[in-house]
Ligand binder design. Sequence first.
Ligand SMILES: C[S@@+](CC[C@H](N)C(=O)[O-])C[C@H]1O[C@@H](n2cnc3c(N)ncnc32)[C@H](O)[C@@H]1O
Length: 243
Amino acid sequence: MSETVVPYGKEKGSKRQQVEEMFDNISHKYDFLNHFLSLGIDVIWRKKSLKKINNKAPEKILDVATGTGDFAIAAKKKYSKAEVVGIDISNGMLEVGREKIKKKGIEQVQLVNADSAEIPYADNTFDVAIVAFGVRNFENLLAGLTEMNRVLKPNGEIVVLEFSKPKAFPFKQIYNFYFTHILPRFGKLISKDNAAYTYLPESVKAFPEGPQFLEILAQAGFSDNKAKPLTFGISSIYHGTKK
Ligand SMILES: C[S@@+](CC[C@H](N)C(=O)[O-])C[C@H]1O[C@@H](n2cnc3c(N)ncnc32)[C@H](O)[C@@H]1O
């Protein structure tokens, strides 16, 4: 169902085309809006997600839907010896990411234009595959996760960080108000994209979470799959292993 939620309307092209266009449009404001609208919690969530990785010294890490590269950079900070590759379909986001990596003087983090549905690496290449706030945007969720499974080595790990929905009163009500009324207004004002920050709550609403997402991870070939809700359930971390 989440695969039918698109930013600009059904008649405006495929989900992949619309998502690419949307992220190209907001790429220069993305980092600012991300940290501002999440009050900086996104940085903590990415760090917590990396803590789920069991491998103490992964040599090759793939960050899918890397955007401006924040998750790839966080992974490189944690595993200084690892080679990190980030892939994304938006050249706009990748360009901002490459500039950031250059400015910070980070080496061995490479950002490449590629789609999750067709990852341009051989089977059994990576020790770890990670994705933050990306899977919700895939045109074909199962295809993307299956590709991530294919390029992982046996015993390779996947870590997915994605929005979910808080359940408990009164946090659920406060959060829903913020997410559907406040956030889209600020998002539109700052990004100048009319749809991006209404697409965000709509796509989160339609996205499978918890046990439902674990079921899809299993279908994609992962085992020992676990979910951990963060911050009252606003986000969740999923971890699985390729057997
Ligand atoms: C919300 S951003 C997340 C960026 C980054 N991972 C982060 O944590 O900030 C989502 C990204 O997913 C990318 N994306 C969407 N569908 C994709 C696909 N099928 N393959 C690769 N990247 C995709 C978009 O271009 C966008 O840059």
